[in-house]
Design a protein around this ligand. Structure first.
Ligand SMILES: *Cc1c(COP(=O)(O)O)cnc(C)c1O
Length: 454
C-alpha cells in the first residue's frame, strides 16, 4: 500500500476516481485538492510534508486536537471486546448504555433519553420522525410544519438539507413541503439601518409573525443552531434569543437546538443553549462528541417529549444498523471523560476562549475587515473594500476564496463562506499558537488587500 506514491500521483488518482462532498466536480478535475497524510496536536501535514495550523478543528469536530491517545486506546480495547452488535430486537451494549447515562448527566436537566445515529444529518432526520410521533401520539396531527432559518446548516440528507437554509442546495433537489424558513439573525447582512439590538428583536419577531400567519395549530417545531456555523458563524444580537424564548414559551411548539457545532464546549458552556438561556425540547449532537475520531451523532430527548413517545404508540419505525455502535460509543465515552477530567469547558470559558476573542477582535482594525464576530472558540470576519459603505471587494462573493488560498500558502486552515472568513480552533491551542493563527491570518489579509489593490 501506498506511501511510495508521489504527491502528483495521489492527486491525479484522487481527481480520477473520488467525488468529493460540496465540491465543483468539474473544477476539481483541474484544481486538485491537497492530500492530507497525518496530523499532530493542532497541525495537519500534507503529502509534501507541509504543515498547516488547523483553525477549523477538522470540520468543527476535533475540539481536543488530533493527538488523543486515550480515545484510540478505548477504540482499540472495544474492538477486541465487542466490535459490533446492533441495538434492535431487545438488545443493547455496554458502551451505548454508559454513553446514554453520561449524555443525560452532561446535558441540561430536561434531557432524559438519547437516540443514537451516525451523523448530525441522520440525527436531524430522526428529529423530524420524533416530532411527528410526538404530535400524532398527542392526537394533534395537524401540527406538521417545521420552521427553520435561512443560511442554517442541518445536514445533507434530503430531510436535513430541507431544514437547512441554502438556496443553491435547495435548487438541486425537491425539498420537503412542510419546512418553511425565516430570515437568519445576521445583523451585518440583513440589519439595514437598525442597531444590532433592534435587529435582534426584528429577526425574532419574524418567527412570531410566521407562526401567527401559518397558525400555531399547524406548527410542529422550530429548529435552530445557537450560533449558525456553516452559514458564516452568525452570532445573533444579544436581544435575539431571549425574545425567541418568550415567543416559544407562549406557544405550544417544540424547539430543537441543533448543537452539532455548539455542543461540547465550543461556546464556553457545555451546550450553546446554556450560553443563550434557551430551553430546547430536543437537542442534536454529533461532531465533537467523539472529537471527530468516529462517526457518531444523536438526539437528546427531553422528559416532555419522552413521556409522550414512550406512552403506548406501537413500534417506532426508524433506526440505523449502526445506531449505538459500540466502537463509536467507546470513542465518545473516552472523549467526554477527557473533557470532564481536564475541565475543558472551564478552560474555554476562562482562558483560551477569552484570549482568542481578544486577539481575533483586533482584526477589526485591518483595512479590509468590516465586521468581527465571535463567541468562545468560534470566530468570523467580513471582508470589505469600504468599511463605511460595506462595499464588497468584488461581486459574486469570491473574496473569501481568494483569502483562503493565501491562508493555505501561509500554513493556516481558515474556511471561507462567501465574503467572510471563519474559524473554529481546537480548545487545546496555546496562547502562542493563537498568536501564530492571528499572525498568519493577518499576513493573508494583507495579501488579500494587496490582491484587490485596497
Ligand atoms: C455538520 C452539521 C450537521 C450535519 O452533521 P453531519 O455529521 O455532517 O451529517 C448538522 N447540523 C449542524 C449545525 C452541523 O454543523
Amino acid at each position: 500500500m501506498g506511501n511510495s506514491r508521489t504527491t502528483a500521483e495521489w492527486k491525479q488518482l484522487d481527481a480520477n476516481h473520488h467525488l468529493h462532498p460540496f465540491t465543483d466536480f468539474n473544477d476539481y478535475q483541474n484544481n486538485h485538492g491537497r492530500i492530507i497524510e497525518r496530523a499532530e496536536h493542532i497541525y495537519i501535514y500534507d503529502t509534501d510534508g507541509k504543515q498547516m495550523l488547523d483553525a477549523m478543528s477538522g470540520l468543527w469536530c476535533c475540539s481536543l486536537g488530533y493527538s488523543q491517545p486515550e480515545i484510540a486506546e478505548a477504540v482499540h480495547a472495544q474492538f477486541n471486546k465487542l466490535p459490533y452488535y446492533n441495538n434492535f430486537f431487545q438488545c443493547s451494549n455496554t458502551p451505548a448504555v454508559e454513553l446514554a447515562e453520561k449524555l443525560v448527566q452532561m446535558t441540561p436537566k430536561q434531557f432524559t433519553h438519547v437516540f443514537f445515529t451516525n451523523s448530525g444529518s441522520e440525527a436531524n432526520d430522526t428529529n423530524i420522525r420524533l416530532i411527528r410521533r410526538y404530535w400524532d401520539t398527542k392526537k394533534q396531527p395537524k401540527k406538521r410544519i417545521i420552521l427553520a432559518r435561512t443560511n442554517a446548516y442541518h445536514g445533507s440528507t434530503i430531510a436535513s438539507a430541507s431544514l437547512g437554509g441554502f438556496e443553491f442546495v435547495h435548487n438541486q433537489f425537491e425539498t420537503l413541503p412542510y419546512v418553511q424558513h425565516i430570515t437568519d439573525p445576521n445583523w451585518y447582512h440583513n440589519g439595514a439601518d437598525l442597531s444590532s439590538d433592534e435587529f435582534g428583536l426584528h429577526a425574532a419577531h419574524e418567527l412570531e409573525k410566521k407562526i401567527d400567519q401559518l397558525g400555531e395549530e399547524n406548527i410542529a417545531a422550530f429548529i435552530a443552531e445557537p450560533i449558525q456555523g456553516a452559514g458564516g458563524v452568525i452570532v445573533p444580537p444579544d436581544t435575539y434569543w431571549p425574545e425567541v424564548r418568550r415567543i416559544l414559551n407562549e406557544r405550544d411548539i417544540l424547539f430543537v437546538s441543533d448543537e452539532v457545532i455548539c455542543g461540547f464546549g465550543r461556546t464556553g458552556n457545555m451546550f450553546g443553549c446554556e450560553t443563550y438561556g434557551t430551553e430546547p425540547d430536543l437537542l442534536t449532537f454529533a461532531k465533537a462528541v467523539t472529537n471527530g475520531f468516529q462517526p457518531l451523532g444523536g438526539v437528546m430527548v427531553s422528559d416532555k417529549v419522552a413521556e409522550v413517545i414512550t406512552a403506548d404508540g406501537g413500534e417506532f419505525g426508524h433506526g440505523f444498523t449502526y445506531s449505538g455502535h459500540p466502537i463509536t460509543c467507546a470513542a465518545a465515552l473516552a472523549t467526554l471523560n477527557i473533557m470532564e477530567r481536564d475541565k475543558v469547558v472551564d478552560h474555554v470559558a476562562n482562558d483560551v476562549g477569552p484570549y482568542l476573542q481578544k486577539q481575533w477582535s483586533a482584526l477589526g482594525d485591518h483595512p479590509i475587515v468590516g465586521h468581527v464576530r465571535g463567541v468562545g472558540m468560534l470566530g468570523s470576519i467580513e471582508l470589505v473594500r469600504n468599511k463605511e459603505s460595506r462595499e464588497r471587494l468584488e461581486g459574486e462573493q469570491k473574496s473569501g476564496g481568494i483569502c483562503r488560498e493565501f491562508c493555505v500558502a501561509n500554513g493556516l486552515i481558515m474556511r471561507a463562506v462567501g465574503d467572510s472568513m471563519i474559524i473554529s480552533p481546537p480548545f487545546v491551542s496555546s496562547h502562542e499558537e493563537i498568536d501564530l493563527l492571528i499572525a498568519r491570518a493577518t499576513k493573508s489579509l494583507d495579501q488579500t488587500a494587496e490582491y484587490y489593490s485596497v
